[in-house]
Design a protein around this ligand. Structure first.
Ligand code: PEP
Ligand code: MG
Length: 327
């Protein structure tokens, strides 16, 4: 099967009935850009910039950050790269950064990701500068993790725009375009999509954190790992609403959590209207094979029925649909 997936490298990611599905990879290290050539992916849909911070002995200097981002953009060439600003704090603590006084009881729901970045300008501003400089003359795609309310996006956006203005005022080169996105990982944001979507160039759903918060189940707790299913009616209905709302607002939506890297889950996501996935490189082959064998229109015709009166075992029902339809 590995050889079969390798042979798919240069085949387009198009469903049997002709819908183009964007398949991108998740990355975080300089060398990960090589995965683009190995897999034939359409781009990097999630570049986890915190990796550099986590492996460094000290806070990475702006120049170091800039070099990494430029190397990744160079390696990606014409293929887009979506940089996510640092997602640290909580359990991804930086030893060299002074944490707030005491241990947090619930680090996943604590002072992390964009919350830290907005409170610590010393983190966000140099990163914004580094990204803007690295993407000079090209398109910069940047997104913010764990946006919980629209004002958090507004503040992050303002920090980037202030840095861009600063560079322009000094006659420095800036990106040809900056596209801003938010990650949907906190369920509360889904209730205010009508408010935030008009501000966004794209939305990216982080299903790892999103399901953790929807089910109130720690994603790192092995006891809970098998307990809730990504193919549960609650998740599928939730994602179906989000997908519909993004379509109404004409904002591209990507799923960048691990859910999209499993063929059956990916199939369900396509059935819900999602046409962009960013997944682990090893999943590109299996997911592309699924896409190319799928009659997407047939699935979309059946999906509302699955959502309206969910079968008692949604996973089994999806698997049965797939096998009955030669997926
Ligand atoms: C997610 O939460 O789904 C996500 C993509 O981000 P991370 O796994 O890095 O938290
Ligand atoms: Mg996350």
């Amino acid at each position: 099967r590995r050889a079969q997936f390798a042979a798919l490298r240069d085949q387009p990611s198009i469903s049997k009935d002709g819908t183009r599905i964007a398949l991108m990879v998740n990355a975080g290290l300089r060398d990960d850009a090589a995965a683009l050539d190995i897999t034939g992916a359409d781009g990097i849909g999630l570049f986890r910039t915190e990796f550099q911070f986590l492996v460094s002995a000290t806070l990475p200097m702006r120049q170091q950050q800039q070099r990494l981002y430029r190397d990744v953009l160079d390696a990606a060439g014409d293929r887009p790269v979506v940089f996510r600003t640092v997602d640290i704090g909580g359990d991804k603590a930086l030893p060299y950064m002074r944490q707030e006084e005491e241990q947090e009881e619930n680090p996943a729901m604590g002072w992390r990701a964009l919350r830290v970045a907005l409170d610590r300008g010393g983190l966000m501003k140099p990163q914004a500068r580094a990204l803007l400089e690295a993407a000079a003359g090209r398109t910069l795609n940047v997104m913010f993790p764990m946006v919980s309310e629209p004002w958090e996006f507004d503040q992050a956006h303002a920090i980037f725009e202030a840095q861009r203005t600063w560079l322009l005022a000094r006659g420095k080169r800036v990106p040809a375009a900056v596209k801003y996105g938010a990650m949907l990982e906190v369920p509360a944001l889904a209730e205010v999509l009508d408010i935030i979507l008009p501000k966004l160039n794209f939305l990216s759903i982080g299903t790892n954190d999103l399901t953790q918060f929807l089910f109130a189940a720690d994603r790192a707790n092995p006891r809970l790992a098998e307990r809730y299913d990504w193919l549960s009616p609650a998740i599928l209905r939730f994602l179906s609403r989000v997908s519909k709302t993004t379509r109404e607002h004409d904002v591209p939506v990507t799923v960048c959590g691990e859910m999209g890297g499993r063929p059956l889950e990916a199939m369900a996501l396509l059935g819900l209207g999602i046409e962009r996935l960013s997944i682990t490189p090893a999943a590109i082959g299996p997911v592309k094979a699924m896409v190319r064998s799928l009659d997407l229109a047939a699935l979309r015709a059946d999906m509302p029925g699955f959502l309206a009166s969910p079968p008692s075992d949604m996973r089994a029902a999806m698997a049965a649909w797939a096998s009955a339809n030669d997926v």
